[in-house]
Ligand binder design. Structure first.
Ligand code: WQD
Length: 342
């Protein structure tokens, strides 16, 4: 069974292709390489042991999408293509709404034309907003404090509307919104990993830069939160666990033909503070990571962790890899690819 993975050359998308192949599916990558590198495709071939078909183009190009859907018979689409920096979204809101929402609308229209009605959407815990109390359940109130989060929230809503509006059409839509918490880690081969352009916004790639000597220290954004050591708590999930969660959700969509819109958290249900992540990285890499306490970052919350009961009960899936394994895999990837895949 072929599965189209939009954004499939990206950090999460490429790991998703590995998990799909391991589960017996045939991933097909759709990417414009605006935030990823063609070298990923060769790395995928080395890990999977067979070439992964790639469609290079813009998801907003309807004619391009029609060609892709004419060339392949897809069982489902996994939609990860999009832009995802909270800070950048505050500077460039139109880019975020055009790219994320416009791209999704273009994809859904092409899927309608092709008669493909099973879709998994890469959503984010950011839709829970700052008021959420951890562990956050899927039925918690939704809100978003920035254009990136609002784009994810609007896409979830438009997908639910689409499912409801076409409930009487055959084939019906079966759509899953997967709310990622904090994906980190890398494939254990060391061939794939997070490869951000420029200065990393996120904690773990920044720590890796410090460990490599690329940056003098880590700024710890706030150490007076009401947490066990004063630093922020997040639910870090290994990217391979996240990918396997997608495969479990895919199997759920494929095993029935009645329509529906489904939401699952993809997290571990366990939180780690910034200092605990640093300690795990030091343990796993043997490198030092000097830290400097810095002011809280605007928009940050003290704690954000997933309630994971629904995915476990309905998908039979739960994250298995612990923080030390996440950090060991990051270090193997970064120490072997100091300059990423450039
Ligand atoms: C984690 C913790 C920081 C950097 C973001 C997006 C979210 C999702 C995941 C897309 C926090 C602290 C960080 C640093 C630090 N992305 N930190 N020094 O903010 O939880 O989530 O990425 O879906 O939408 O908001 O992740 O890695 O930026 O921060 O102390 O240099 O590390 O304060 O407590 P975040 P993060």
């Amino acid at each position: 069974m072929k599965i189209l993975v939009t954004g499939g050359a990206g950090y999460i998308g490429s790991h998703l292709c590995v998990a799909l192949a391991e589960a017996g599916f045939q991933p097909v990558v759709l990417d414009d390489f605006s935030n990823s590198r063609p070298a990923v495709i060769d790395r995928l071939a080395a890990i999977i042991g067979a070439p992964t078909p790639v469609a290079i183009g813009d998801i907003s190009d309807a004619a391009f999408l029609d060609r892709v859907f004419a060339e392949h018979e897809f069982a489902a689409v996994m939609h990860l293509a999009g832009v995802k920096s909270v800070a950048e979204s505050c500077r460039l809101p139109l880019l975020y709404y055009q790219n994320n929402i416009g791209g999704t609308l273009s994809l859904c229209a092409a899927m309608q034309r092709a008669g493909i009605r099973r879709l998994l959407f890469s959503s984010s815990a950011t839709v829970y907003g700052a008021a959420a109390r951890s562990p956050v359940r899927e039925d918690a109130p939704l809100s978003a404090a920035n254009p990136y989060g609002r784009s994810k929230l609007m896409i979830e809503r438009l997908l639910a509307d689409l499912v409801a509006a076409e409930a009487a059409h055959l084939p019906v839509w079966r759509v899953a919104a997967l709310r990622y918490f904090n994906p980190v880690g890398a494939h254990p081969s060391g061939l794939l990993g997070e490869d951000p352009l420029g200065t990393p916004n996120n904690l773990v790639p920044y720590i890796a830069d410090v460990a490599l000597g690329r940056r003098p220290h880590l700024n710890v954004y706030g150490n007076t939160y009401a947490t066990r050591d004063g630093t922020g708590i997040r639910d870090y999930i290994h990217v391979m666990d996240l990918a396997e969660g997608h495969v479990a959700a895919l199997r759920y969509l494929l095993r029935a033909n009645d329509g529906g819109y489904f939401v699952w958290n993809l997290g571990t249900g366990r939180g780690s503070t910034v200092l605990e992540v640093v300690a795990a990285f030091v343990r796993s890499s043997g490198r030092s990571v000097p830290c400097v306490m810095a002011p809280m970052r605007p928009g940050d919350v003290a704690e954000s962790c997933a309630h994971v009961g629904r995915a476990q009960a309905e998908l039979g899936w739960r994250a298995r890899r612990d923080l030390d394994e996440m950090m060991a895999d990051v270090w193997r990837w970064r120490s072997a690819n100091a300059d990423g895949m450039r």
